[in-house]
Unconditional design. Structure first.
Length: 370
């Protein structure tokens, strides 16, 4: 009897047969593997972002505490070397931190409150000048703004409920800020006091090889975050001082408040510098005309050029270098997730993440954080 012909693919399940996936071209198999990897990465990233947003009442204070610890960490070895116990040194550092933050906020608030009427009036005058230059389009814009203001003032009775809701919402935000600030301060204390034990804790939980990798990633991430925060603080202070001096020389009103805006805006790359510089130029345009506005623009651009070409390479040379496109994407994504706080902490988190990637790729670590 003649043997029956074997159906096509019947030997796929036999030990010596070919699997269906092996009959595919190598390029298709590679594309499928990369697609699965990308889908898994996007899924994990989405879950992490969702957890961050859902638990933002705890995650944001924790990240702020890490940033504060990164700024204050060099103080701890000096205090311990002078005979203080780590608990007392951490408590003293937190007291100095609270005093410093309150002093800075008081100075900034005082300067902004005193300069706010001048800045607001100057912005209104600048808007009138721009409307005059625009001609008929400017007249229509002014008419639309005045109509909206008139309609808003005529609906005063409906504003009572809105104001009450705004007050309640403001109280809720204030409670959240106070709670988050207390939690962040407590975490800073514990991070400063017990942070040196984190490596031993990781080694006690994980195996030797995995523990050393995790410790190296943590050290590099903390070093990158600390370097970025310290460098950004120094650069923001230098920018604010020089721009304030330039505005005082040009006679621009509200120079102190504009300098405070420059200092705060420096912590949000690109967007903060653009907004604070635009406000300064508009105020100068309203008070001194086109020539003073151009001089003010020159001062702002000169300071920004010195910052980008001299200060950042000199001060932040030991941190993770971030491409401008990466910084812009991180700021926009952080603002979309957590508003202003997200925009402030997005770039340090990105720097820490790139530091971890550098360790995983096998680059030299440099000097680890203490």
């Amino acid at each position: 009897m003649s043997a029956e012909p074997t159906p096509p693919g019947a030997d796929a399940g036999r030990p010596g047969g070919r699997r269906p996936s092996e009959s595919l071209p190598p390029s298709v198999r590679t594309a499928a593997a990369w697609s699965v990897a990308v889908i898994l990465f996007i899924t994990v990233a989405a879950l992490v972002v969702y957890a961050f947003v859902a638990l933002r009442a705890a995650t944001i204070p924790m990240i702020v505490a890490l940033l504060g610890t990164a700024l204050l960490q060099p103080v701890m070895p000096w205090l311990v070397a002078h005979g203080l116990r780590r608990g007392l040194a951490a408590g003293l550092t937190c007291v100095v931190l609270v005093a410093g933050v309150c002093s800075v906020l008081a100075v900034l608030t005082n300067s902004l409150v005193h300069s706010a009427p001048q800045i607001a009036d100057s912005l209104r005058q600048a808007g009138d000048r721009l409307a005059t230059w625009l001609g008929p389009a400017g007249d229509r814009l002014q008419q639309a703004l005045s109509d909206s203001a008139t309609s808003g003032s005529s609906a005063g009775s409906s504003l009572v409920g809105a104001l009450a809701g705004g007050v309640l919402s403001g109280l809720g935000i204030a409670v959240q800020l106070v709670t988050g600030g207390v939690l962040a301060l407590a975490l800073v204390f514990f991070f400063l006091r017990d942070g040196h034990r984190s490596a031993d804790l990781v080694r006690s939980v994980l195996s030797a090889d995995h523990a050393e990798t995790v410790v190296a990633c943590g050290q590099q991430a903390f070093t990158a975050m600390a370097g970025y925060m310290r460098g950004t603080t120094v650069i923001a202070l230098i920018d604010a001082v020089f721009i304030t001096i330039g505005l005082l020389i040009l006679g621009v009103p509200g120079a102190a408040g504009l300098g405070a805006l420059v200092f705060l805006g420096a912590f949000v790359p690109f967007i903060g510098a653009f907004l604070s510089g635009t406000v300064a130029v508009l105020v100068a345009l309203a008070q001194g005309g086109l020539s003073i506005a151009l001089w003010t623009l020159g001062v702002v651009l000169a300071v920004q050029m010195v910052e980008g070409n001299v200060l950042q390479p000199l001060i932040q040379s030991r941190t993770v270098e971030l491409h401008p496109a990466t910084i812009m994407f991180a700021v926009v994504a952080g603002a979309g997730i957590a508003g202003i706080i997200g925009a402030l902490i997005a770039v340090p988190i990105c720097a820490a993440g790139l530091g971890v990637v550098a360790v995983l790729r096998g680059r030299p670590l440099g000097r680890p954080a203490p």
